[in-house]
Design a protein around this ligand. Structure first.
Ligand code: NAD
Ligand code: IPM
Ligand code: MN
Length: 352
């Protein structure tokens, strides 16, 4: 029996609705003795206390094996405050520099691309998750004046760029897949020229890995027209953010896409979350799709070394999708979040 202590931050909007289902599933894993502490941090907490989390929030979280997060963001609180003071603060404080986002068409998942076969859509995005366009460096000068100027500086350190690209090469080698680097060196003449250089340098250490280098505009076109060209993909923080929503769109929608924020060395806890937001347009109605959250549970189990259970969770999601009777409205059904949760739990238990 493996004992793990996780911190749960359900957050805002549909966050608590989908996290409740994810927790049910985690508690049903026979080989896992789970201790889950829930923290009421998020936008409501902010409106009450003026903070997204307490001052010692990061210190508190550092004592956990993993963090399970729903979603952050609510209409009454500026997004740059709510996200920077909670989600991005955790990613950065815990040096979760790898954001692992599978873009895979699961068995039974709907796909809007004509003629795409299931095996054509099987990518693994490795998004740089600690710096780049999300460094938070910048300046706002002379607000309100005609000469007002705003700077938002991308920060690409050699250390940060090398480590994510090296991680991507290791992953591609392990999986026996090609590695595509996505950048924009023709316009971003400092940051992305550097990114491409580092990619070429590190590629020399991995002659066995097939590599491709694409510009981000062309890459987004190819993801739609030729998704089969992608295996493992490595890209900067912002490009990874944008392209993985596109990836979600071609592989079942936002209700299905998951992401792991990893500190690979394990010096700090990693964080697991659906990649969608708080979806204020459907929050509180009990119709949010919990499948992305289940997939993030599978990623968490993987990180715990419970590979068999992780695979069974993914297979259970596929069973429910293939069966097709219980689906939330985003997938064309009339089912509720809890009904999909019941179905996945049943399918998982049946596989034990
Ligand atoms: P969103 O992902 O919340 O929603 C986009 C669309 O997808 C909406 O129509 C929504 O209803 C739908 N959708 C998302 N998840 C769904 C699910 N599980 N089931 C069914 N439909 C789902 O993105 P947004 O509307 O741009 O952002 C809303 C808020 O969430 C903002 O405050 C934003 O900053 C925040 N946000 C947070 C995170 C996070 O916490 N990781 C991620 C993205 C956005
Ligand atoms: C995501 C989200 C976040 C990001 C936002 C909410 C800061 O969109 O996890 O994809 O851009 O990383
Ligand atoms: Mn995003």
């Amino acid at each position: 029996m493996l004992r793990k202590k996780i911190a749960v931050i359900a957050g805002d909007g549909i966050g608590p609705e989908v996290i409740a289902q994810g927790l049910r599933l985690l508690r049903a894993v026979p080989s896992l003795e789970l201790c889950a502490d829930e923290f009421p941090w998020g936008c409501e907490y902010y409106l009450r206390t003026g903070k997204m989390m307490p001052d010692d929030g990061i210190a508190t979280l550092s004592g956990y094996d993993a963090i399970f997060l729903g979603a952050v963001g609510a209409p009454g609180v500026p997004d740059h405050i709510s996200l920077w003071d909670l989600l991005l603060k955790i990613r950065k404080s815990f040096d979760q520099y790898i954001n692992l986002r599978p873009v895979r068409l699961l068995r039974g998942a709907p796909c809007p691309l004509k003629n795409a076969r299931r095996e054509d859509i099987d990518m693994l995005f490795i998004r740089e998750n600690s710096e780049g366009e999300y460094a938070g460096a910048g300046e706002h000068l002379f607000p309100g004046r005609p000469d007002e100027v705003v700077l938002q500086t991308g920060v690409f350190s050699r250390f940060g760029t090398e480590r994510v690209i090296r991680y991507a090469f290791e992953t591609a080698r392990r999986l026996g897949k090609s590695l595509t680097s996505i950048s924009k060196g023709n316009a971003l003449n400092y940051s992305m020229v550097f990114w491409d250089e580092v990619f070429r340098e590190i590629a020399r250490e991995y002659p066995d890995v097939e590599t491709h280098s694409l510009l981000v505009d062309a890459a987004s076109m190819l993801m739609v027209l030729h998704p089969e060209r992608f295996g493992v993909v490595v890209c900067s923080n912002l490009f990874g953010d944008i392209l993985t929503d596109l990836g979600a769109a071609i592989s079942g929608g936002m209700g299905l896409a998951a992401g792991a924020n990893l500190n690979p060395e394990g010096r700090f806890p990693s964080m697991f979350e659906p990649i969608h937001g708080s979806a204020p347009d459907i929050a509180g109605r009990g119709i949010a799709n919990p499948l992305a959250t289940f997939w993030s549970v599978s990623q968490m189990l993987d990180s715990f070394g419970l590979f068999d259970d992780a695979a069974k969770v993914l297979a259970a999601i596929e069973d429910v999708l293939t069966d097709g009777r219980v689906r939330t409205p985003d997938l064309g059904g009339t089912g509720s979040t809890a009904e999909v949760g019941d179905a996945v739990l049943r399918a998982y238990t049946a596989r034990l």
